[in-house]
Design a protein around this ligand. Structure first.
Ligand code: UD1
Length: 375
């Protein structure tokens, strides 16, 4: 008798989180883990390239939901995922992160009486203008098992009244993946990416990503950010893989970027890592990069007013800049004086989070006995 788990991913930041979970599941004969890709992200550069690079097999189920408004996308994921659950009758649905696929699949599972595990639980920005904050709150409120990446997550779940025996601090599966990929990169004898020429030409450069609706969907805001980056680029060249949402907005607002900024299509994981790990600083509004830069001690300027990942600021290399010219320039200046060696990764960001998650579930009396798994 095995435990059947559906492991859900939908958007780019999910793929690096499910990779170590899936890989590690193969070490436990009691676990039968199957990947569900909702198709929230579908372009080759936003999806397939990650399956190839992250040692993931093709998904067992692909739901092809595509883009839409939040309601359309969430509804399509729910309808399609309900059919998969009805056919597969899993023992557990495991969701990661905070995207619309996380929310949609946790609701479907819970309403079908299937237990839900949320990996990366407890993060809060306290900003409900962020769709991800709503996804986090709802998913955590109905999850049966909550796996936490940083101390603030434990505090929030406690305040929200979650039972302690359902919450476990395990470290971060995204850092499991980062360390795995960095080792692979170190072992590669020949690294030849499209951006390798840029990297070898510029001993110092910055790495930029931008995609939050609050930064890119409004003309004034995006225009101020781009003008500020153009100014910074005079000091140091910038490489900028452009998210499809951001590409659309830059084009429709007719914004001009300095020729000291190398714009590329979205990059695969390895190529992006190859660039940002050696960057003088990273400028970003991504959640994951705030953590990945902290794990490797790379200075990070976060173009947001808040973060749901405060350990990266309190203990790591992250500086919150806001999204005004003044804030970004001030944070950039500060980031340049950061010394990489002074930073230590947060507790348990050591590459073993996935192992802790499966061990926790298998050792949990209630989880095992309800599935008649022998001790
Ligand atoms: C989503 C997540 C966000 C995450 C981000 C990472 C939600 C609410 N948001 O935001 O938390 O940080 O992914 O990238 O789940 N598009 C393409 N090709 C694709 C995917 C999207 O062109 O493969 C375009 C479409 O025009 C789409 C737009 O990008 O409308 C936004 O895609 P969507 O999945 O809605 O949200 P993201 O901004 O990518």
């Amino acid at each position: 008798m095995s435990i059947k788990v559906l492991l859900v991913a939908g958007a780019r930041p999910n793929f690096m989180k499910i990779a170590p979970l899936y890989r590690e599941s193969l070490r436990y004969p009691e676990i039968d883990c199957r990947i569900v890709h909702t198709g929230q992200h579908y372009d080759y550069e936003m999806s397939q390239t990650f399956f190839e690079e992250l040692d993931l097999p093709q998904p067992h189920f692909f739901l092809s939901v595509g883009s839409g408004t939040h309601a359309q996308q969430t509804a399509r994921i729910m309808t399609e995922f309900e059919s998969v659950c009805a056919e597969e009758m899993p023992d557990l649905v495991m969701v990661v992160g905070d995207v619309n696929s996380t929310l949609a699949c946790s609701i479907v599972a819970k309403k079908m009486g299937i237990e839900v595990a949320h990996v990366e639980a407890g993060l809060r920005s306290f900003d409900q203008m962020m769709p991800e904050e709503i996804n986090r709150l709802v998913t955590d409120s109905i999850s049966d098992y909550l796996f936490v990446t940083e101390p603030s997550g434990l505090e929030h779940l406690k305040t929200e009244g979650k039972k302690e025996d359902r919450v476990s601090y395990v470290g971060h599966v995204m850092i499991d993946n980062l360390l795995h990929q960095r080792n692979k990169l170190d072992e590669m004898s020949d690294v030849n990416f499209a951006t390798s020429g840029f990297k070898s030409q510029h001993p110092e450069y910055l790495f930029l990503t931008l995609h939050r609706p609050s930064n890119v969907d409004n003309r004034e805001v995006l225009s101020e950010i781009i003008k500020t980056i153009n100014e910074i680029a005079v000091d140091c060249p910038v490489v900028f893989p452009v998210h499809p949402r951001t590409r659309k907005m830059i084009d429709s607002f007719n914004l001009e970027l300095s020729d000291r900024i190398l714009q590329t299509a979205p990059l695969g994981y390895m190529e992006a890592l190859h660039l940002w790990k050696d960057a003088k600083a990273v400028l970003t509004d991504s959640g994951g990069l705030q953590e990945e830069t902290t794990a490797l001690g790379v200075p990070c300027v976060t173009i947001r007013h808040n973060t749901e990942r405060p350990v990266t600021v309190d203990q790591g290399t992250n500086i919150l800049a806001g999204n005004t010219r003044e804030g970004i320039l001030e944070a950039y200046e500060r980031s340049l004086s950061r010394v990489r060696e002074q930073y230590r990764p947060p507790e348990m960001w050591d590459g073993r989070a996935a192992e802790r998650i499966w061990t926790y579930l298998l050792e949990k009396e209630s989880f095992r006995t309800s599935r008649r798994i022998a001790v």
